[in-house]
Design a protein around this ligand. Structure first.
Ligand code: NAI
Ligand code: MG
Length: 353
């Protein structure tokens, strides 16, 4: 089997950890008897600085021909930081109907959580974030911003179809895990949109009697991330709440550099896109210091999505063996380089052959 992967390093540390991640994925693929054929695209904020666009509009659809997109992050300090989301991530996520943003949270072997007394068995859940609508539709305007009467409006949009499809995905995921789903919401104050969100999810939940369903407000959920992460199995939440909670999820894993994610088009009509939860980290770019594990874990999710379950499980187990060995990049308080971690991965893969 051969898969065609569009590789988009983006900016900053993406240029280091995306090719590294691909090298590791190629090795694991060959150990499992399939191959990943790649084509690289130099899009992002660097491209914008030269060409006035993050991704040439007419070439977005070119990505539709691939089986998956392996992405780093876009953004550079001297490029307006409202642009990357609008002109790249959001564009690809909506154009390819990647309406699920999957963000697993788990503690890797040997890594200490900043949460005292919490171990691997306590921190193991998945955030399913609605990825196409909600707070991030960017429908709004500013009026007279320089005047005393200045005002600004953002409209949140939730549709029955949009809520139902992500809810079905999350309930099915819960069925394949420990059977618990928590809807993280704020319907007590967002009384129109989020009470509709709650209502539609409660309706969908009736089709999954084997899944325990409950609702939790985001303020309480934030506290529980820190105090009782073991409460969670699958979290279903909105675009903005999921964005914020997944950084908190990264933090309780020990570092933002450990978090992987998938932007999933469950129907398979379009390719899905896999990227770490962090950004382009321009402060450490080019220094061989970045933690590549979030990028590698995004690759695990990509293999799983492609149907290469055994290779995905294998690479996740290898990640645990690598972290168990105690070598740490600077974000985890160590002094190992990005390439040191790559070497450990490659050595572990050799041993499994
Ligand atoms: P960031 O996630 O890039 O960095 C935050 C902090 O975490 C920095 O101190 C960074 O050095 C550290 N960090 C992040 N990833 C790391 C890794 N793999 N290893 C070690 N340390 C790591 O977030 P920030 O600084 O807010 O944004 C930087 C740029 O990235 C901005 O232009 C932003 O717009 C963009 N960005 C892009 C995203 C995307 O393309 N999906 C997502 C988030 C931010
Ligand atoms: Mg974010």
């Amino acid at each position: 089997m051969n898969y065609r992967i569009a590789v988009v390093p983006g900016d900053g540390i993406g240029h280091e950890i995306v090719p590294l991640g691909m090298r590791i994925l190629q090795r694991i693929a060959s150990a499992h008897g399939f191959s990943l054929e790649t084509e690289s695209f130099g899009w992002g904020a660097g491209y914008y600085a030269q060409h006035g666009t993050f991704i040439p509009e007419e070439r977005v659809d070119q990505l539709a021909d691939f089986d998956a997109i392996y992405f780093g992050a876009v953004g550079l300090p001297d490029v307006d930081d409202t642009l990357p989301f609008k002109l790249f991530t959001n564009l690809v996520r909506t154009r390819f109907q990647q309406y699920v943003n999957l963000r697993p949270v788990r503690l890797f072997e040997g890594i200490e959580s900043p949460l005292r007394h919490k171990s691997q068995k306590d921190i193991d859940f998945v955030i399913v974030r609605e990825n196409n609508e909600g707070e991030f539709v960017q429908s709004g305007r500013q009026m007279y911003p320089d005047e005393p009467e200045g005002l600004a409006i953002d409209t949140n949009i939730f549709t029955r179809k949009g809520i139902e499809r992500v809810a079905h995905y999350a309930f099915k995921l819960a069925q394949s895990r420990r059977g618990h789903l928590t809807n993280v919401t704020k319907s007590n104050t967002m009384i129109h949109t989020l009470s509709y969100w709650d209502r539609v999810i409660a309706e969908v939940s009736e089709g999954y009697p084997d899944v325990t369903y409950r609702k939790m407000y985001v303020d309480a959920a934030s506290a529980n991330f820190v105090l009782h992460p073991e409460y969670f199995d699958v979290i279903l939440t909105t675009n903005m709440i999921g964005d914020i909670l997944s950084d908190l999820g990264g933090a309780i894993m020990g570092s933002l550099g450990l978090g992987g994610s998938g932007n999933i088009n469950p129907s398979g009509d379009f390719p899905s896109m896999f990227e770490p939860i962090h950004g382009s980290a321009p402060d450490i770019a080019g220094k061989n210091m970045a933690n590549p594990i979030g990028q590698i874990w995004s690759g695990v999710l990509m293999l799983d999505h492609l149907g290469e379950k055994a290779a995905a499980q294998d690479l996740l187990a290898i990640t645990d063996r690598v972290t168990a060995r105690g070598l740490r990049t600077a974000d985890l308080g160590g002094s190992a380089s990005t390439s040191d971690i790559e070497e450990l991965f490659l050595a572990e893969i050799e041993q499994t052959r």
